[in-house]
Write a protein that binds this ligand. Structure first.
Ligand SMILES: Cc1ncc(COP(=O)(O)O)c(C=O)c1O
Length: 385
């Protein structure tokens, strides 16, 4: 038996990977679990996008390895998209790098900038991949509290000065997952100034800005942000293309080049038909987002009904494809979701998988159809009767 490398000794299997196995077992026993846990869009991409994929894949010349930087048309479509939707001007040749999903970007950015022992600031609660990537680099993860009373925004003025001196990188994610909190323009200005003042690379992970959000924003729109900030973005959520693996990192040329140095030694480019179809998606009119959001708004109402039945409270103005809610006082998130799973066969996510500040909260995903939500409501209402 060969021992695994130290870098993964502390890394645990992803929560959902284990939980989904458990749900599969329950289903094999006939439980028919309704999964309101995971944020994988169930709706299809736009027809012109899938048509483009098929048409491109049927061409003989589209199957070779592709450039590590991707085709120029995709980089241009990304910079046009940033200009049109976020009012951010990017040089498509130097300041845009398509990725095989933004999760890949979390790892590549960490590999490009973190030495063993470097301090990286990570939001609590937050997307678990930031911590895992830090652990794999041998970096020191320091959690930054996000609290409801501070609108789930880090208290930048009161961070430990010693930590600020040693920190090299900081992850932020607005609109925030799991809390659904949107950033304001002032928040982004503060973050850009913070990055400059403390010489910290601040990376905003921005996959949710088009879901249930009237004002999509990019951290890169804040004055001075191009200096020390990067932004990850994704086509997984806004375009229903999660399985396609298309994301991007945008920002200063030197930083993008550093990430490219890692990436070009790990993957060998993105399938050309996927790139061409992604261009099609990025050029979709605003009505695409209106359509998707109409469905999510209806589902959100049903999710809120579930939370009402469960005695949870929530902010009705959240962004993104989840509803984050506070469970009744005195209960533990994991016990709470376990009871709902075992007794009613409905799976929702415990807030604790996003960090200790997620204790007392749960997250419901909107990636299930209305029929499933209605069945979940029926099951939960039966409990109350
Ligand atoms: C906050 C956050 N960042 C990144 C990702 C990964 O997205 P992608 O599919 O682009 O890798 C997710 C996916 O759930 C997420 O919630």
């Amino acid at each position: 038996m060969i021992e695994v490398a130290n870098r993964i000794a502390e890394v645990k299997e992803y929560y959902f990977s284990k939980k989904l196995d458990e749900i599969r077992e329950m289903n094999a026993r006939g439980c028919d679990v309704i999964n309101l846990g995971i944020g994988s869009p169930d709706l299809p991409p736009a027809k012109q996008v899938t048509d483009k994929l098929v048409q491109s894949a049927s061409q003989p010349h589209t199957h070779a390895y592709q450039s590590y930087r991707s085709i120029p048309e995709l980089r241009s479509a990304i910079s046009d998209f940033y200009s049109r939707h976020y009012d951010v001007q990017l040089n498509s040749a130097t300041e845009v790098l398509p990725l095989l999903g933004s999760k890949e970007g979390v790892m590549y950015i960490s590999m490009a900038f973190l030495n063993p022992g470097d301090t990286v600031l990570i939001p609590n609660p937050g997307y678990p991949a930031y911590r895992t990537a830090a652990d794999m680099m041998g970096a020191k993860a320091v959690y930054v509290d996000l609290k409801e009373e501070n609108s789930w925004f880090p208290d930048l003025e009161n961070l430990d000065p010693e930590v600020l001196t040693s920190a090299k990188m900081m992850w932020v994610n607005y609109p925030n997952m799991p809390t659904g909190q949107k950033a304001s323009a002032e928040m982004f200005v503060k973050l850009a100034a913070f990055a400059q003042k403390h010489n910290i690379l601040v990376v905003n992970d921005n996959p949710y800005s088009f879901i249930l959000n009237d004002q999509p924003m990019s951290l890169l729109s804040a004055s001075g942000a191009m200096e020390n900030c990067l932004e990850l973005n994704s086509m997984s959520k806004a375009f229903n293309m999660a399985g396609w693996r298309v994301g991007m990192v945008c920002g200063r040329e030197e930083y993008v080049n550093a990430i490219l140095r890692v990436k070009s030694n790990v993957d060998s480019g993105m399938f050309k038909p996927v790139q061409e179809a992604a261009v099609e998606a990025l050029n979709l009119p605003d009505s695409w987002f209106d359509e998707v959001n109409l469905e999510y708004a209806q589902r959100r109402k049903l999710a809120e009904r579930i939370l009402d039945i469960l005695g949870c409270t929530y902010d009705a103005k959240q962004s993104g494809m989840f509803v984050w809610a506070k469970i009744p006082v005195g209960q533990k998130s994991e016990d709470f979701i376990e009871e709902v799973l075992q007794e009613r066969f409905v799976f929702i996510t415990p807030g604790t998988i996003f960090g200790s500040n997620g204790e007392g909260y749960v997250r419901i995903s909107l990636c299930a159809n209305k029929e499933m939500f209605n069945t979940a409501i029926e099951r939960l209402e039966m409990v109350k009767a």
